[in-house]
Ligand binder design. Structure first.
Ligand code: JFZ
Length: 594
């Protein structure tokens, strides 16, 4: 695997190009990510299990019989629970149905190669025996055994790499640490934070990285107002004690080893750096009794294969219940994923990402030697066409059955003839054996059905705003524009549609999505110009987006007279922002019209 990228390219990618969003403190230091081969196993393995478990798991989203909104592990903060009261949750922490061996076995059988477990989340409670702070599982609970020690042993048994989640900034039950703004004595303060780092956080990280043998990853999170020296203190400590450890980007201030995507958000263009997408199976990380928004196994297989195609890792979460048992809904889904992996895992492990930088709407491509794996999650009717693969295709067949797939060429498109029904309705793999290393035309090109899809994330974007789940986030003032160069293969007349989406926090399904309409824009296609209003003429289901639909605005028609390279710009003239969403453009779509 070669993923080492020129520093300049990464900087360009992060700044100039409109590629995936990270929170500001979640970028990666170019030299650090370049200098090492310690990332090798991580790039090869691609698939991990996240575990959110702690005192909060017992609440199941309820405090004193009241249902509390938001993600389960944040109940302490969302219900503004006084620290002394929250700490009483330790008294009932018996973990009577917990089997950490079963957790590790579940990860293994699902095809996961590493695990990341919450050793201490924002609540400050440690799942390990700490000598520096007694708010921990051994000293404060009836269970009284070191869960991390037990889990590490299980992971070794199943040959899983081990990652520790540690909330380094937020600690809601320690005076002066980050994040507590409801119980006065615990509020952040400058001196208090220093004391917290010296007396709790750094010593606990040292304990974690000293007492449990080799640890492969440390997953810091939500760096908040930490200064660069503070992030570096965690980084340096980790590297001192465990020289080969991988440190997550959320250690803050650009000093980590890789980028964590915003939770549940996947890029539309292949990044040129190491990244990982932490993903929930429903909305919450920690168990919530009322969260029934379970993703389907097929959807998660799309996320897994798509992440691999985009050169990233997929960290899929389980939230055990308060008694330690894993929700049956998670077990059932992981069984489907594990069964799929038994047949198809070669498309994930040690596979290179797609040779194409742009995403496909039918799935994703991974690459190994002379094989391209087409991981088809959205089954196309009868045929699938790929533009721009220059190599000769020697052989094409289904990975699972070995049955041949007929291929042909239509201009620069490679066309695969497919059966009406997907052989595997979740994800069917077609193997292309090609001549030589893949050579591809990276142009943004018209689809064979005639549509031209110009995603915001692929635009030259001078709005000053990033994208979030593919849509421009908080474009509130008519500044800047989105522009695309694209390749037309079938000239003609096109309807121009501007598609916007709302913004919805997935952890708050009860909160409505924010959306604004009524913006005035100008669309320029080569020399033609149309002006119109971006509103909601109709809605459409958004592929792969579980939270927001497409709001389609019809802007008029344009004629593109000749095949070849063309240019489109979307310029904002007035933007409405009364719902605080602004002009959330997801894409401009040109649809052939008679
Ligand atoms: C954090 C935690 O607050 C949360 O409880 C959970 O552990 C999750 C995995 O990580 O939440 C975040 C952190 C960063 C972003 C989003 C949610 N982000 O950068 O978009």
């Amino acid at each position: 695997m070669h993923k080492i990228v020129l520093g300049l390219l990464v900087v360009f990618a992060l700044m100039a190009c409109n590629i995936p969003q990270k929170s500001q403190d979640n970028k990666v230091d170019v030299e650090a990510s370049q200098s090492t081969d310690k990332m090798e196993w991580w790039r090869n393995d691609r698939f991990g299990m996240f575990i959110h478990f702690g005192l909060y798991s017992q609440c199941e989203g309820y405090w004193k019989d009241e249902s509390i909104g938001g993600i389960g592990e944040w109940i302490f903060k969302h219900a503004k629970i006084p620290v002394d009261e929250y700490k009483e949750l330790a008294n009932t922490f018996t973990c009577e149905n917990m089997d950490v061996d079963a957790w590790a076995k579940l990860a293994k059988e699902s095809g996961m190669k590493y695990v990341v477990i919450t050793t201490k989340h924002h609540d400050g409670f440690a799942l390990f025996h700490s000598k520096v702070n007694d708010f921990n599982v051994v000293d404060a609970t009836p269970y009284s055994k070191d869960i991390i020690a037990e889990f590490v042993e299980a992971c070794r048994k199943y040959d899983l790499k081990i990652g520790f989640y540690y909330s380094q900034y937020q600690d809601w039950s320690y005076q002066g640490a980050g994040g507590n703004n409801w119980d006065k004595p615990y509020a952040w303060s400058k001196e208090g934070f220093k004391n917290y780092m010296d007396e709790k956080a750094l010593p606990q990280v040292r304990e974690l990285l000293t007492n449990y043998g080799k640890i492969d990853m440390i997953w810091f999170d939500t760096p908040g107002k930490m200064k660069k020296e503070e992030s570096e203190a965690f980084l340096n400590l980790a590297k001192d004690v465990q020289p080969k450890i991988i440190v997550s980007g959320r250690v803050g201030n650009d000093v980590g080893d890789y980028v964590q995507m915003e939770d549940n958000d996947l890029p539309k263009r292949r990044p040129d750096f190491d990244w990982e997408a932490p993903v929930t199976m429903n909305h919450t990380w920690a168990y919530k009794r009322d969260d029934h928004h379970w993703k389907s196994a097929g959807y998660m297989l799309w996320q897994l294969t798509y992440s691999a195609a985009m050169g990233g890792n997929y960290l899929l979460n389980i939230g055990p219940k308060g008694d330690g048992s894993v929700p049956q809904e998670s077990v059932n889904r992981l069984k489907v994923i594990g069964d799929w992996m038994k047949v198809n895992s070669e498309v994930i492990y040690e596979a290179d990402p797609s040779p194409f930088v742009n995403a496909f709407n039918w799935g994703g491509i991974t690459h190994k030697g002379n094989k391209l794996y087409l991981n088809i999650t959205d089954w196309p009717k009868r045929q699938l066409s790929i533009f721009g693969l220059q190599n000769k295709v020697n052989k094409a067949y289904f990975l699972a059955s070995g049955d041949a797939v007929e291929t042909s060429r239509e201009g620069e498109y490679l066309v695969l003839a497919l059966p009406d029904e997907a052989p595997d309705r979740n994800a069917t793999v077609v193997v292309l054996e090609i001549e030589g290393e893949p050579i591809v035309n990276q142009a943004l090109v018209q689809k064979l059905d005639g549509q031209i899809i110009l995603e915001s994330e692929l635009a030259e974007n001078t709005t000053g705003r990033m994208t979030h789940f593919g849509s421009v986030k908080k474009w509130m003032k008519p500044k800047g524009k989105l522009a695309w160069d694209f390749e037309v293969t079938q000239a003609g007349k096109f309807k121009v549609e501007v598609i916007t989406t709302g913004f919805k926090r997935m952890a708050w399904p009860e909160k409505p999505a924010l959306w604004d309409g009524g913006h005035k824009v100008k669309i320029v296609v080569d020399e033609q110009e149309i002006k119109g209003e971006v509103d909601k003429d109709r809605t459409e289901k958004a592929p792969h987006d579980l939270y927001n639909d497409f709001k389609v605005a019809e802007m008029g028609t344009v004629t593109i007279k000749e095949a070849g390279r063309h240019h489109l710009e979307l310029v904002a003239e007035t933007i409405v922002n009364s719902n605080k969403a602004g002009l959330a453009v997801r894409m401009v779509r040109l649809v052939p019209s008679k």
